[in-house]
Design a protein around this ligand. Structure first.
Ligand code: CUA
Length: 317
């Protein structure tokens, strides 16, 4: 990928790749036309109107104000057009379609740690099905990394203390390079992986072959280890909201109103317990930011979801 020609020939392996390239290519083409046009007019004028040339120099036929207004309006409209073209694609790329397969990603110095929907874990290699939308739920355990898959034309910074998501749909089977594109320490350049895209049936077979079980299976032990059980169990020493059937419910908030208990709410309540206080309870819970590593947090939240939900969570393939 070192020459411009190799870059232009980069394969398109996701549903958005062609659209991204079309915008990028059009911007490049328009820029080249403008540069070439300005250069040509410049050279022509330099020669024709050089000092002492006999070329006629009549007064301007059009008012400079009108010329300026037309020029400013025209270019503004053209660039607004580019803005809306890019913005609609950006919005589309930011919203994972419902029913996307969710894979948890933890980035750390210097590796990618993936957890498939059934709990199968892999490092630096990510198996995905072809033709199925895949959503990556990502967090970092130390510094800022960036998930970058050039062939899929997707890139997302992965920030510590925050859960970000990225989605894509691969259009053909193959192996695609995955880079970390944010300088993250001495081995940043070695933080390279691969995305292995397989037909859905082969992916399902691969998934079923490796450590089957639930991502939530360590949940009960984590629930005890981090001291959650001390307060959130029926015989707990402190009165804390029960967590059975909380996932998917509408939780009453101190001060009025309700909050929808989705995964983000569960995660936030563990890391930032004072952000939303449940009605009828005191804000006694300490923050577990920096205490529970992201990998354990994912499993803990998965476990909380198994405690029952107000509405059945969407089925995963
Ligand atoms: Cu991780 Cu660069």
């Amino acid at each position: 990928m070192s020459t411009p020609a190799a870059f232009l020939a980069l394969e398109q392996a996701s549903t958005v790749a062609g659209k991204v390239d079309l915008i990028g290519g059009t911007l490049l083409a328009v820029s080249l036309v403008v540069v070439a046009g300005l250069l040509a007019v410049n050279l022509y004028f330099i020669v024709r109107y050089r000092r002492g040339s006999p070329a006629p120099r009549p007064p301007l036929q059009i008012s400079p104000g009108k010329l300026e207004a037309a020029w400013t309006t025209g270019t503004t409209l053209v660039f607004l057009g580019f803005f809306f073209w890019g913005a609609q694609l950006f919005v589309r790329m930011e919203r994972p379609p419902p029913g996307a397969t969710t894979i948890d990603v933890a980035a750390r110095q210097w590796m990618w740690d993936f957890r498939q929907p059934n709990g199968r874990r892999e490092f630096d290699t990510l198996h995905v099905p072809v033709g199925v939308p895949v959503r990556l739920r990502m967090t970092s355990e130390d510094v800022i990394h960036s998930f970058y898959a050039p062939s899929l034309r997707v890139k997302q910074d992965v920030v510590p203390g925050k859960t970000v998501s990225l989605w894509f749909q691969v259009t053909k089977a193959g192996t695609f390079t995955l880079f970390c594109s944010e300088f993250c320490g001495s081995k940043h350049a070695a933080m390279v992986g691969q995305i292995v895209a397989e037909p859905a049936d082969r992916y399902a077979a691969w998934l079923a072959a490796g450590n089957p079980g639930s991502i939530a299976r360590r949940g009960p032990a984590l629930f005890v280890r981090y001291g959650c059980a001390g307060c959130h169990s029926p015989g707990g020493s402190v009165r804390a909201p029960p967590l059975e059937r909380v996932y998917g419910s509408e939780v009453p908030v101190a001060g009025g109103g309700f909050v929808h208990a989705d995964e983000a709410y569960l995660t936030d309540s563990i890391l930032l317990p004072e952000k939303v206080v449940v009605a009828g309870y005191q804000p006694l819970m300490p923050s577990f930011q920096g205490v529970i590593p992201p990998g354990d947090l994912v499993e803990l939240v998965a476990y909380l979801k198994t405690l029952g939900s107000a509405s059945p969570p969407p089925a995963r393939p």
